[in-house]
Design a protein. Structure first.
Length: 109
């Protein structure tokens, strides 16, 4: 999560400015690029060095696209086998849903 420092002037005697740390949520594309593209590639083909080594399937393939949203989400949330990490604790269920939708969208591009 990106944290943004925002200066807010306050009337506190001689103190002129207080800095607050305000979290700013990343969008699904940014998170996909940060967390998923090392294996799946920016385009979802899985043709990265690590993706080839792990024999990652193309997320745009009919085999993957025929999975239901719930099945895809479960893989993102819980991981798969020894090579696919679970992201539920790290990213939260809401962001995992957004990533699943983003991955679906890669098949349309």
């Amino acid at each position: 999560m990106i944290k943004v420092l925002i200066a807010i002037p306050l009337l506190i005697g001689a103190i002129g400015t207080v800095l607050l740390v305000v979290p700013q949520e990343k969008d699904a594309k940014q998170v996909y690029l940060d967390k998923c593209s090392v294996c799946h590639g920016e385009d979802g083909k899985g043709q990265t060095a690590k993706g080839k080594k792990l024999k990652v399937k193309d997320v745009r393939s009919p085999e993957i696209q025929k999975m239901t949203d719930a099945e895809m989400l479960t893989v993102v949330l819980k991981g798969k086998g020894q090579d696919m990490d679970a992201f539920e604790k790290d990213l939260g269920a809401d962001m995992c849903k957004k990533i699943t939708a983003y991955m679906r969208g890669l098949a349309k591009s």
